[in-house]
Design a protein around this ligand. Structure first.
Ligand SMILES: Nc1ncnc2c1ncn2[C@@H]1O[C@H](COP(=O)(O)OP(=O)(O)OP(=O)(O)O)[C@@H](O)[C@H]1O
Length: 265
């Protein structure tokens, strides 16, 4: 398996801070250290995969990076600005959006309604939870655009409950895009999918990554190899290795800890 050659890793803009940065992040849960001194810089325009065995701390790191958990110590910075002290909605306003491993889709609404509700969420229209119909009309073209971006243009009138698992993931990514994120965090976007769904969502991530920074947790190493410019391997909450896919997969510590035989392929 070879690394992402379709688009080379972007060169970090000189003098600019990373898009997303963790500095000495620590998270303790009642004495258990789930995140152990994680320092990590993700450059603007990069697709960065976070991998590691079950329980390695990937989801906890995601929660910390997106403001859903407050670190015990350390810092998170978005384009140089500290965000670890901000609530999640304030982090979204600054340009970071995430999708969830647990579905965030409203099943009893249509696909289009799900996107419209997200478009008029309080993070976009402060002080209003449910806007007037005229506002909904104004948002309709953007909703159609997002549905086309995620390949659901033909499904806008269907109930979200009736979507396939893969289509739900497409819709979740669409919902994340309503916030116009500069940095998009995707938690296991291909989990539970067959070959066809994996190929569709991988292509979708490639598309939405254009002009954005994407960080994803992903177990499927084929997907990681195809998408990621750089990867970070977590083990016991700490960074075991971080760098270009081809370099990291040859790191003997990574081979021993995680990749196993696949790394020799
Ligand atoms: N709220 C919590 N309270 C106590 N322990 C927690 C909490 N959240 C996570 N942990 C523990 O922290 C460790 C890391 O969990 P985390 O879910 O971040 O790992 P992961 O790499 O995402 O795992 P998986 O691949 O299975 O999703 C695990 O041992 C988990 O039991």
């Amino acid at each position: 398996m070879t690394a992402n050659t379709a688009h080379p890793a972007p060169a970090p803009p000189p003098g600019r801070p990373p898009a997303l940065e963790a500095r000495h992040l620590v998270k303790d849960f009642r004495g258990f250290r789930a995140t152990n001194d994680v320092t990590l810089g993700i450059e603007e325009g990069e697709i960065h995969a976070i991998i590691g065995p079950n329980g390695a701390g990937k989801t906890t790191l995601f929660h910390l990076l997106s403001g859903f958990l407050t670190p015990t110590s350390g810092e998170v910075r978005l384009f140089g600005e500290r965000i670890d002290t901000l609530p999640p909605h304030a982090v979204v306003r600054r340009g970071l959006s995430r999708s969830f491993q647990i579905s965030s889709v409203f099943p009893s609404m249509t696909v289009r309604e799900n996107v419209l509700v997200a478009l008029q969420s309080p993070t976009r229209l402060p002080g209003q939870f449910w806007s007037r119909l005229s506002t909904l009309d104004a948002l309709a073209p953007r909703a159609e655009e997002i549905l086309a971006d995620v390949g659901l243009e033909g499904a806008h009138a269907r109930l979200a409950a009736d979507l396939s698992h893969g289509e739900k993931r497409q819709l979740e990514i669409g919902i994340s895009l309503t916030q116009d994120p500069r940095v998009l965090l995707l938690d296991e976007p291909t989990s539970g999918m067959g070959t066809e769904g994996i190929a569709r969502v991988t292509g979708l991530v490639e598309r939405v990554a254009r002009g954005r920074t994407v960080v994803l947790v992903e177990h499927n190493m084929g997907v990681v190899a195809q998408l990621a410019h750089r990867i970070t391997v977590l083990q016991y909450g700490a960074v075991l290795a971080s760098g270009r896919y081809d370099d990291v997969r040859r790191d003997p510590r990574v081979i021993e800890a995680y990749l196993g035989e696949e790394a020799h392929a």
